[in-house]
Design a protein around this ligand. Structure first.
Ligand SMILES: C[C@@H](Oc1cc(-c2cccc(S(C)(=O)=O)c2)cnc1N)c1cc(F)ccc1N1NC=CN1
Length: 327
């Protein structure tokens, strides 16, 4: 019934085990109700909806549903399957929870927990100080976001899983309000490489160069220390409240700057110990960069440091043109 998926059924290795299509939890479509579109995913629309454990249940869980359009290539079908396999094996509080799939026929669905706070980059930009109100966030809030991501990254590192695209856009929040938890929620880049061992889609133009270390964009070398460099850039995104890294610069320019030792400047009001962690993530030699267990400790120290935690966030200042929202 699901055609191409069973014909090419790939294997997926994680944590020393091998999995395939038959290991995925199939959800009956009648237990799902799609409510509204959340936006375009890599394949098709992503919807917000509800899932009932049993069709008659009154309790329904809010979910996000990734859809694969009916008219998809075999390649896209296999990518979709691999993404489901990858997400289904993770088990960590700071990685989006996988609920199941509807792969019996088209359109195919991947069902995930709904993280109602939306993505981290949007949240940071919305939290910027405005003329009429200062930022609702504190340094503690920003460090806690960073701590959550470093916990998720440590879990991936422990499981020898290289993400390849750690960035604020790929992280989601359980809620925008206090008590928010940040989770890593997109594994598209790791999926592409897992299936192809090289980046086939858009080539260099599509690579997240601004989040990559020199050995990655120059020599295609990826290790967990690649993710550490990206985490440093995510830290810069958090403390700049969602700026695009290297404002006003293109990818070629950034590759040249970084190869020659250039680095991101400290965000306005960024406490020195926090910028110190960023620069350690950006060491030119991968082995000299801290691992995520160490990064988690160092972010933890910053959270215990009153000088860091009580430092004020920047007040409103008209952003440079490159950051002004195009309304
Ligand atoms: C696949 C999608 O997953 C989700 C999106 C949202 C979610 C995304 C945006 C806004 C809202 S909300 C605040 O309206 O509930 C919820 C909530 N939960 C998800 N599990 C996603 C995961 C990411 F890591 C990054 C972006 C997105 N998408 N895909 C399409 C739009 N965002």
């Amino acid at each position: 019934p699901n055609g191409v998926l069973t014909e090419y059924n790939p294997n997926y290795e994680f944590g020393g085990e091998t999995y395939n299509l038959t290991d995925l939890k199939e959800i009956p479509r009648e237990n799902l109700q799609l409510v509204k579109a959340l936006g375009q995913g890599a394949f098709g629309e992503v919807y917000q909806g509800f899932f009932k454990q049993r069709a008659g249940d009154s309790v329904e869980m809010p979910v996000a549903v990734k859809t694969l359009p009916e008219l998809s290539s075999n390649q896209a079908e296999m990518d979709f399957l691999m993404e489901a396999l990858i997400m289904s094996k993770f088990n960590h509080a700071n990685i989006v929870h996988f609920i199941g799939v509807c792969f019996d026929k088209h359109p195919r669905f991947i069902v995930l927990e709904l993280l109602a706070g939306g993505d981290l980059k949007t949240f940071l930009r919305e939290s910027r100080p405005k003329p009429e109100r200062s930022s609702p966030l504190t340094m503690k809030d920003l460090l806690t976001c960073a701590m959550d991501v470093s916990k998720g990254c440590r879990y991936l590192e422990e499981n020898h899983f290289i993400h390849r695209d750690i960035a604020a856009r790929n992280c989601l929040l359980t809620t925008k309000g206090p008590g928010r938890v940040v989770k890593i929620a997109d594994f598209g880049m790791a999926r592409d490489i897992y299936r192809a061992d090289y980046y086939k889609k858009g080539g260099k133009a599509m690579l997240p160069v601004k989040w990559m270390p020199p050995e990655a964009f120059l020599d295609g070398i990826f290790t967990s220390k690649t993710d550490v460099w990206s985490f440093g850039v995510l830290l810069w995104e958090v403390f700049s409240l969602g700026y695009m890294p290297y404002p006003g610069r293109g990818n070629q320019d950034v590759m040249q700057l970084v190869t020659n030792g250039g680095r991101l400047e400290p965000p306005t009001n960024c406490p020195a110990p926090v910028y110190g962690i960023m620069t350690q993530c950006w060491h030119p030699i991968p082995e000299e960069r801290p691992n995520f267990a160490t990064l988690l400790e160092r972010v933890g120290y910053c959270l215990q440091d009153p000088e860091v935690v009580n430092a004020p966030l920047p007040v409103f200042q008209r952003p440079p043109s490159s950051e002004r929202d195009v309304t």
